[in-house]
Design a protein around this ligand. Structure first.
Ligand SMILES: NC(=O)c1ccc[n+]([C@@H]2O[C@H](COP(=O)([O-])OP(=O)(O)OC[C@H]3O[C@@H](n4cnc5c(N)ncnc54)[C@H](OP(=O)(O)O)[C@@H]3O)[C@@H](O)[C@H]2O)c1
Length: 172
């Protein structure tokens, strides 16, 4: 399972339910990476999409504790246990955790790779990602050259997890 995210210098990822950045090149990277794959998100992230619609050409799995929340265009899981049961149906390398903050926080230990777009800016945020640079389990494997969109400089980076937790081993 992989994680994909865009972060500010202070690891901020969102504010008031929205993304912090508008980076078309990063959006293209996100689309190219996740297309025809399985994407796992929290309900707030689904609601932040235009029209609250799921991402096209991807299997959308949404976590919510609200058992009344019904949608026929996404797969709904009511707990991490339910999610891990559902994820057994797919190739583990085709699964991408796409946010937001609470879902990244619960699932990053189960990911073997994280695709982190690092933006050279600090923007007012209320949602943050775990600091992968301070986590000894994670190594930086790749850092791209500097890109620039809308006046913001950023790099694409890949971190690898040396101590991946097995999704079969959870017990809540
Ligand atoms: N920078 C990026 O790449 C990026 C990517 C994605 C999102 N974001 C940003 O992140 C922010 C949203 O993050 P967030 O933490 O507020 O929300 P979130 O993680 O998207 O969704 C939180 C919701 O997910 C459900 N949930 C979480 N854990 C669960 C569990 N164990 N079992 C069942 N349901 C569970 C709950 O839904 P219910 O309340 O329905 O129970 C919870 O309220 C937004 O600002 C968004 O723009 C940034």
């Amino acid at each position: 399972m992989k994680l994909i995210v865009a972060v500010a210098r202070d690891w901020g990822i969102g504010c008031d339910g929205n993304l912090l950045f508008d980076l078309p090149e990063d959006m293209s990277f996100f689309k190219k990476t996740t297309i025809n794959k399985v994407v796992v998100m929290g309900r707030s992230t689904l609601m932040s999409f235009p029209g609250s619609k799921p991402l096209k050409d991807r299997t959308n799995i949404v976590l919510t504790r609200n058992k009344e929340f019904k949608r026929d265009d996404v797969i709904i899981c009511n707990s991490i246990d339910d999610l891990f049961e559902e994820l057994k149906k797919y190739n583990i390398d085709d699964i991408y955790v796409i946010g937001g903050g609470s879902v990244y926080e619960q699932l990053f230990p189960y990911c073997d790779e994280a695709f982190i777009t690092k933006v050279d800016a600090v923007i007012n945020a209320d949602t943050y990602l775990h600091n992968f640079d301070e986590d000894k389990d994670w190594d930086l494997k790749f850092a791209s050259e500097i890109h620039e969109n809308n006046g913001l400089k950023f790099i694409f980076s890949t971190y690898v997890n040396k101590n991946v937790k097995n999704i079969g081993s959870i017990s809540l």
